[in-house]
Design a protein. Structure first.
Length: 351
């Protein structure tokens, strides 16, 4: 197996090593995204109703990637992203104000006069509302003495123009505290949020709401009021070769793992690598003893790895050692790897 690292003690390259990390670039292209049939309906329902689209589903089934695919098709790139963490607050979905930097610079005579807006960084929902308002919209003062100013002047880094809509991705909202989902509902409905550090309120036309896509891994339940005001969809696992294929409309490809792979990775349809790989992956997925069964994303990483080392027409069974070494790409715990090796060895023997 070739690669830049050999593991030989005492060996050191004469100059810093460069290595190519573009192998997965095809997986990241939004135009290759193949949605489940009903997911298209769910997206359009969220657009029509002006409500967030809440997505559930197994990890690796394309929840986050949907935002890039929709933004690409609607020419609304780039996606405005917020990645949720345990300590995130609802205000962090709108903007971040660097209080620490401002405190330090308050004692610096050269920086003491820095305008407060220089300490503001708009986040997903805040940037979407400002973009929906447009450059010429005036911020509403929250207190006396705050001058009326256009949003284009306050936020020049956004290069605002005419009012424009956005796609916002709020990723893994179930990692946030339970209060966060409920606390953003009013702002999304009214297209308004306050920025008290600048003494302003920003308001946009409610007819220009962004498409807000929110993902959840079901790590914990979400509040009922929040769920009532979302369009909800669970992304199903794509059909495997031995399973019934869901019906699709028009000329849209069927929602199968094989079609997802060939829409993302070029020149794999009908190859020995994909045919045998689907058979092995199906056996792994059918095993119920895994803590976490492999996902489509992990399967495509495995295909890229195998293609890099053997090409597309080599049957994986003929390179058994390489298949064994590739297990960490598919299975992500020691227990699952031990369980998976039993399945793989049986498959390699043709059992």
């Amino acid at each position: 197996m070739t690669g830049p690292y050999t593991g030989q003690p005492g060996k050191k390259a004469a100059v810093p090593t460069e290595f190519n990390t573009s192998l997965r670039s095809d997986l990241e292209k939004p135009e290759g995204y193949l949605p489940a049939p009903d997911l298209v309906t769910a997206v359009n329902a969220a657009v029509l109703l002006g409500q967030p689209l809440l997505l559930n589903g197994e990890p690796g089934t394309g929840k986050s990637a949907l935002a890039d695919a929709v933004a690409h098709e609607l020419n609304l790139e780039p996606v405005l992203r917020v990645n949720c963490k345990a300590d995130i607050r609802s205000v962090d979905l709108f903007y971040y104000f660097d209080h620490i930097r401002r405190l330090h610079e308050a004692n610096d005579p050269e920086k003491r006069s820095t305008p407060p807006e220089d300490y503001v960084k708009l986040q997903g929902l805040g940037a979407a509302i400002v973009r929906a308002a447009g450059a010429d919209a005036m911020a509403e003062p929250l207190r006396q003495g705050v001058p009326a100013r256009a949003l284009g002047e306050i936020f020049p880094e956004l290069n605002l123009g005419a009012p424009a809509q956005s796609v916002v991705l709020i990723d893994e909202i179930d990692k946030a505290s339970r209060d966060v989902p409920n606390d953003i509902l009013v702002e999304i409905d009214t297209m308004r949020f306050d920025l008290p550090e600048l003494g302003i309120r920003i308001q946009a036309d409610t007819g220009r709401k962004p498409l807000v896509i929110i993902t959840s891994n079901s790590e914990k339940s979400l509040p009922a009021p929040f769920l009532r005001r979302c369009v909800f969809y669970t992304i199903p696992f794509p059909a495997l070769p031995h399973e019934e294929v869901p019906k699709t409309e028009g000329d849209r490809p069927p929602y199968t793992l094989e079609e997802i792979v060939v829409s993302r990775l070029r020149n794999l349809r009908g190859t020995a690598l994909l045919t045998d790989g689907l058979d092995l992956f199906s056996r792994l997925r059918d095993n119920t003893r895994f803590e976490q069964r492999p996902s489509p994303a992990e399967f495509m990483n495995w295909l890229l790895y195998m293609r890099h080392h053997t090409g597309t027409e080599t049957h994986p069974r003929s390179v058994a050692d390489l298949v064994r070494k590739s297990v960490p790409i598919l299975l992500k715990s020691d227990r699952d790897r031990r369980t998976g090796m039993v399945v793989i060895e049986n498959w390699l023997r043709g059992d």
